[in-house]
Design a protein. Structure first.
Length: 249
């Protein structure tokens, strides 16, 4: 079973003698040094804001980078800007990525963000038509997605990257590391993603208010649950999103 195809993903193969050192100095997580593991990471702006999130794994002499296709051109350009004279080559891969929550086939790797997300497999198989309600899984476990909860205004700690195993505070410097470390050690997060219950009609993007004051924004929704970006000091008790009632879970 190759698993379910994942729409709109692009796989890059990063090769060259400097590939590990190159990525290690750029991304938020420790780059896997051996086959058989999958890392979730992000590239940030120098101001510490989100630029792109992706998965990394080693395949022979290459590091595979699995990113949302909408982010792929800009990410490829940004990596090329940082490459300078390093012995690094970045090229599109012919491999596909599939996923599933059942028994994992040979070569599949556990999704490092949460066990409920099952496994990912990189192979030549395009995969089957998706049957799993992946949005419901994401919403149940407050797992952000590029273009939904993750935007150029996002800070990864507010988006839950520490909980999702997407940032390593023990590795060396990377782009945006100073801002991220300061948020971790010197401040208490006052805003961030949280799971909420929604009673009534409210579309993603609807502003959430508390006592008439802005309290956040509604994002991905599944049934009566959703992910919301909240101001935690205003997220106590009953809130509103249009005509709907919102409460933090």
């Amino acid at each position: 079973m190759p698993g379910e195809r994942i729409p709109d993903r692009t796989i890059f193969e990063i090769t060259g003698a400097d590939r590990f050192e190159f990525l290690q100095g750029l991304v938020t997580n420790d780059v896997p040094q051996a086959e058989g593991s999958l890392a979730y990471a992000a590239l940030l702006t120098p101001q510490g804001k989100y630029f792109a999130d992706f998965f990394l794994t080693v395949r022979g002499e290459a590091i595979l980078l699995d990113v949302a296709s909408a982010l792929a051109p800009a990410l490829n350009q940004r990596l090329g800007m940082y490459k300078l004279r390093a012995d690094v080559q970045i090229a599109p891969s012919a491999l596909h990525v599939t996923r599933g929550t059942g028994p994992a086939p040979a070569g599949a790797l556990p999704d490092p963000r949460h066990e409920a997300l099952g496994w990912r497999l990189y192979s030549k198989a395009e995969g089957e038509q998706p049957q799993t309600d992946w949005t419901a899984i994401r919403v149940a476990h407050c797992i952000p997605e590029a273009g939904e909860e993750l935007t150029p205004d996002s800070y990864i700690l507010e988006a839950g990257f520490e909980r999702l195993n997407g940032v390593d505070f023990k590795k060396g410097c990377y782009v945006g590391q100073e801002v991220t470390a300061r948020m971790k050690h010197k401040t208490e997060l006052r805003k961030g993603l949280a799971c909420v219950r929604v009673e009534g009609e409210a579309e993603p993007g609807t502003e959430i208010t508390a006592d008439g004051k802005p309290a956040g924004v509604l994002h991905s929704r599944s049934g009566d649950r959703a992910i919301a970006y909240l101001r935690f000091d205003r997220a106590e008790g009953e809130m509103r999103a249009g005509e709907a009632t919102v409460t933090r879970l």
